[in-house]
Design a binder for this molecule. Structure first.
Ligand SMILES: [Zn+2]
Length: 95
C-alpha cells in the first residue's frame, strides 16, 4: 500500500485463482442471501475467467452491490420476487 495514487485497478486481479484462465470483461449475476431472502443482482460488470468461469467484481460494482444489499435489507429496494430453493448438503430431503 505504498502507492496510494495508483488507479484502483490494483484491486482487480489479472489472473484467476485457477492459475490458467484469462480474465475477460463481462457481465455476471451476483447472488447473495439477506436474512431469509435471496437477492439476485443482474447485469453486474465483472472480470470473468475464460477457463473456469470464476468472476471478479469490479470495485465500483462491489460498492453498488453493498449499497443495494443494505437498501434491500432495510426494505428500501423494490425487488422482483423470484422462486428460490434451499437445500442442506447434509440433510437430503426427497418428495
Ligand atoms: Zn479461472
Amino acid at each position: 500500500m505504498d502507492k496510494p495514487n495508483d488507479e484502483k485497478k490494483e484491486l482487480i486481479p489479472d489472473t484467476c485463482i485457477c492459475g490458467r484462465g484469462r480474465l475477460q470483461p463481462g457481465i455476471t449475476e451476483y447472488v447473495t442471501k439477506v436474512e431469509d431472502s435471496v437477492l439476485v443482482i443482474k447485469n453486474v460488470p465483472a472480470l470473468i475467467c475464460d477457463l473456469c468461469g470464476e468472476s471478479y467484481l469490479m470495485p465500483d460494482a462491489s460498492r453498488e452491490i453493498d449499497k443495494m444489499v443494505r437498501d434491500f435489507r432495510e426494505g428500501r429496494l423494490l425487488a422482483r420476487p423470484i422462486a428460490a430453493g434451499e437445500v442442506d448438503l447434509r440433510v437430503k430431503e426427497t418428495a
